[in-house]
Design a protein around this ligand. Structure first.
Ligand SMILES: Nc1nc2c(ncn2[C@@H]2O[C@H](COP(=O)(O)OP(=O)(O)OP(=O)(O)O)[C@@H](O)[C@H]2O)c(=O)[nH]1
Ligand SMILES: [Mg+2]
Length: 400
């Protein structure tokens, strides 16, 4: 199935049904009086988080969603039928943004959460509601009101506790395969992974966390190189990031240079994301000679000036991965405990996530804008080129 993590949609709630103007007309009942019923309310548009959805692929082709209108009221004081609500089912982790106001409307973080996106129009009032002692035969009635309309953008962020970060071929997918039951493709060429993959790591019974493998980053990703930086948004809610570095490369300087490039891209994407807890994972140590392993790893750490946690792993055979997973589990549990006890901390964490998302959104938007300008520039160039070709042809025909 195609992984779609962004979709623009247009939602329109149903219009309220008109009120009815009618008078009771029956044999032997003179002056039956007004009996026009009210219209039905228009249906609203809701969004709801569903458990067994993983992508926004359902919103890729259908972009317009309209709830049904309320029906018109009728005689004999009959109220029109209400419009049916429309519920857009989305995966957990979806954020709904108002495109026109650039405002987050809601964030669906658990199954079953539901939000109203567009309110159905009010129903019109029938003439029987206007009767009074002084107005016994009212001819007034009101029309139904139109439903709300909104231009929205659905954005999905996979919900994971741990995010993998690194250059293509660093061994991210191999790592997730070795610690979970996820089976992303692994190959020795760059950009094997094109969409995020999730895996559940079970450390013990009832102790597990979710890990996300995202496509590799390269230098210049913030300017659109490789697959760009848009997948970094999936790391915005992770508790900890694992920065995987391939330590066994032909060029001794490459691991440090690549790690610096990744940090640079991370900062350019979102300084708040760069401040998240990040652990350095020196992968592929099995390819280093056993006696020189320690010194190579130490050199990389010191050249990077890394002060946080460092792990040495060989994802291909599971060397060092178990201890790393144990430490991650303890770290996540400790963070959860602290946040449960300290509400201020929990609020700061939520605000931090929101900041990462906001910064990321701005960056992705800028990148999309740059791409659009570039494309327009190229098209203009092509048109100019075509025109100059036509001139040449004309000149040739003239000389003949
Ligand atoms: N020897 C050795 N090879 C590894 C290790 N980890 C990964 N590899 C190999 O490195 C290559 C790339 O691994 P992947 O897991 O696809 O790398 P990735 O980071 O997911 O790459 P992209 O999906 O392209 O971003 C594969 O040929 C793996 O077999 C390791 O610990 N030791
Ligand atoms: Mg991969």
């Amino acid at each position: 199935m195609k992984f779609v993590d962004e979709a623009p949609v247009f939602v329109e709630a149903g219009k309220g049904g008109n009120g009815c103007m009618s008078f009771r007309r029956e044999k032997f009942i003179p002056n039956g009086g007004p009996d026009g019923g009210n219209g039905g309310k228009g249906g609203g548009v809701y969004v709801e988080a569903e458990n067994n959805l993983n992508t926004l692929v359902d919103y890729r082709y259908q972009r317009k969603f309209k709830a049904t209108n309320g029906e018109q009221g009728s005689g004999a004081n009959c109220t029109g039928k209400q419009g049916e609500d429309l519920v857009l089912k989305v995966p957990v982790g979806t954020t709904v943004i108002d495109e026109d106001l650039e405002e987050v409307i809601c964030d669906l973080t658990c199954v079953g959460q539901r939000f109203l996106l567009a309110k159905g129009g009010h129903n019109g009032i029938g003439n029987s509601c206007f009767k009074s002692s002084t107005n016994r035969a009212p001819r007034q009635f009101t029309p139904g009101k139109p439903g709300e309309e909104r231009n929205l953008r659905l954005e999905l962020k996979v919900i994971a506790d741990v995010g993998l970060l690194g250059m293509p071929n660093a061994g991210k997918s191999t790592f997730i395969r070795s610690v979970s039951h996820a089976r992303p493709k692994v190959a020795d060429y760059p950009f094997t992974t094109l969409v995020p993959n999730l895996g559940v790591v079970s450390v013990q019974q009832h102790r597990s966390f979710v890990i996300a493998d995202i496509p590799g980053l390269i230098e210049g990703a913030a300017n659109g190189a490789g697959l760009g930086i848009r997948f970094l948004k999936h790391l915005s809610r992770c508790r900890v990031l694992l920065h995987l570095v391939d330590v066994a490369q032909h060029d001794d300087a490459a691991p440090v240079a690549e790690a610096k490039a990744i940090i640079n891209e991370l900062v350019r994407f979102s300084p708040a994301l760069a401040r998240r807890d990040r652990w350095l994972v020196l992968n592929k140590v099995d390819l280093l000679p056993e006696d020189g392993r320690e010194s190579v790893c130490n050199r990389i750490v010191s050249e990077l000036g890394w002060e946080g946690s460092v792990y040495r792993t060989a994802a291909i055979n599971g060397l060092g991965t178990e201890r790393l997973c144990q430490d991650i589990m303890c770290f996540i549990e400790e963070k959860n405990r602290q946040e449960a006890e300290d509400k201020v901390l929990a609020r700061m964490e939520t605000e931090h996530c929101a900041r990462v998302e906001e910064e990321g959104r701005i960056r992705i938007h800028e990148q999309a804008e740059q791409r659009r300008l570039k494309r327009r520039h190229m098209m203009n160039k092509e048109v100019q080129f075509d025109e100059s070709e036509d001139h040449c042809k004309v000149e040739v025909t003239c000389t003949h």
